[in-house]
Design a protein around this ligand. Structure first.
Ligand code: GTP
Ligand code: MG
Length: 478
């Protein structure tokens, strides 16, 4: 039997390989450890443009050809973006591929309305900006979890700090004014037929909740396009559709103390159940874990709907913004940890107006969120506002009318086949938005996505998406 001596040269080579591999592993591990994570919340009331915004954000990051003002792109440091599977299974995946297919189909169409929360993870690869960071890790990764959820759910937040009696009184006060009084006439009539301190009967309880839900839907469908609609899950039930937890409504305070088993007590218990098992659950599972937030606002739709809509949207935004206002140090921080440190309010669909009007659109949004903005800043978060379009469907063109130059837009109005040039109207630069002598001062139109959009492979055309992303993620891509 011959004894084989080890080949020391080879062994040394083998040792080197092992060392290389080990170092490689350490490198990968260090890389993983150095990977950043950021959870970005995208919210807004129904039809604000959340689905289209998230689709365009993902598409533009993957293709990277239409984000010139993102610092990481401008500095030639952005390498690529990829979709990744999310380690978090608490929400369904955002159906990016389906929505992009809708937008880029022939003919293109907008994605259908969505409900509930959806999320998606992307990994962004980039070269760090500082040489020190580059020497530790030449290529860095930022994992971005995008979480799309209805603004209606956010509006429920103030309920957590209210009793059933407080909430009922506030809600009933709103119904003392038009247009709500008329919209809620059937439910108000039902209220006049019941006695909250009398024994609850399940049929009456269901009838009250159902009439109240109809009232909320009618508020939103109304000409005034009312935004302040609570509880949010009555309109956007998500997975709770048909659940008994949604069977309650506000009641007038009974004169005598409500007895056990009374309608007041039953409704009050269900309200508490809703607060604890629905509102609190959403805040703990999703909202509390967000780092950054964009709130999309359809300011132009609100202008079309008139002064009642403006007033209501302001109240709705104030209710939504409670979440950020008490994010640090307040009662909510005990629940959420309050870690959102950047909030962007964005007026969507800026392509519905000429580019020269974008400044006024931004100013109007500033005015709508001014109170909350200061309060959020006071809590330590950075806040900004901007006018943007996730998918740009028009071009600004200048035409002449009776010797005057007019800033018009060219695009295909919703439901039509051919592009046309039209004057969309303008937004005043002051607070006098609804002059008394004009019945309907605004008629901003909706547009079809442009034919062939996305085919150039550069990412969906947009307005200021890069600036929005720079504000929301730029400091994490340095
Ligand atoms: N021109 C234009 N229209 C837009 C844009 N974003 C949204 N829209 C319009 O707004 C509609 C609603 O957009 P969505 O993204 O579905 O809105 P959402 O907030 O997800 O709505 P829900 O799913 O109902 O809550 C679309 O069908 C388009 O008509 C945009 O950037 N430009
Ligand atoms: Mg949607």
């Amino acid at each position: 039997m011959s004894t084989k001596f080890p080949d020391w040269n080879n062994l040394a080579g083998f040792g080197e390989k092992v060392l290389d591999q080990a170092l490689g592993h350490v490198g990968t591990l260090a890389g993983r450890m150095l990977e950043g994570n950021v959870r970005l919340g995208v919210t807004g009331l129904r039809r604000a443009g959340k689905t289209v915004f998230v689709t365009s954000l993902i598409d533009n990051l993957i293709r990277g050809g239409r984000l010139p003002f993102m610092d990481v792109v401008a500095g030639n440091r952005f390498l690529a973006a990829r979709l990744r599977s999310s380690p978090d299974r608490s929400a369904p995946r955002f159906a990016y591929e389906k929505y992009l297919a809708n937008l880029t189909a022939a003919p293109p169409h907008w994605p259908a309305a969505t409900s509930g929360v959806a999320q998606l993870r992307m990994a962004l690869r980039y070269v760090p900006g500082s040489s020190m960071r580059r020497s530790i890790q030449p290529i860095s990764t930022l994992n971005v979890d995008v979480i799309d959820y209805p603004g209606e759910w956010l509006m429920d937040l103030p309920m957590l700090n209210q009793s059933f009696a407080d909430w009922s009184a506030l809600t009933l006060e709103l119904l003392e004014h038009e247009p709500r009084r008329q919209i809620g006439a059937r439910w108000l009539h039902w209220l006049s037929t019941i006695a909250p301190d009398k024994r609850a009967d399940e049929t009456a309880t269901k009838e009250g909740a159902s009439l109240y839900t109809d009232y909320l839907h009618a508020c939103r469908r109304s000409q005034a396009n009312l935004s302040l609609v609570q509880p949010g899950r009555f309109l956007e039930p998500g997975e709770l559709a048909g659940s008994p937890v949604l069977t309650f409504c506000p009641l007038p305070l009974p004169e005598a103390t409500a007895r056990p088993g009374s309608l007041w007590e039953v409704m009050s218990e269900r309200f508490d159940d809703y607060k604890h098992n629905v509102v609190r659950k959403f805040f703990v599972e999703h909202f509390s874990r967000l780092d950054r937030q964009i709130v999309l606002v359809d300011v132009l739709g609100m202008l079309n709907a008139g002064p009642a809509a403006l007033h209501d949207m302001r109240m709705a935004l104030t209710a939504c913004l409670e979440a950020f206002r008490h994010g640090r140090g307040g009662w909510l921080s005990k629940l959420t940890g309050g870690q959102i440190d950047k909030v962007l309010f964005a007026a969507t669909k800026a392509d519905h107006i000429a580019a020269s009007q974008h400044g006024n659109l931004k100013n109007l949004l500033d005015m709508l969120v001014s109170e909350a903005r200061n309060a959020i800043r006071f809590e330590g978060a950075t806040v900004d506002t901007m006018a943007l379009a996730a998918v740009k469907c028009t071009e600004t063109v200048t035409t002449e009318h009776q010797g005057r130059k007019l800033a018009c837009i060219q695009g295909t109005p919703l439901g039509r086949q051919k592009p046309t040039v039209l004057f969309p109207g303008s937004i005043p630069d002051g607070p006098d938005l609804f002059p008394e002598d004009v019945a309907q001062p605004y008629r901003f139109m909706d547009f079809e996505p442009p034919a062939g959009v996305g085919r150039d492979g550069r990412g969906l055309p947009n307005i200021r998406l890069d600036q929005a992303l720079n504000f929301l993620l730029g400091d994490r891509l340095v």
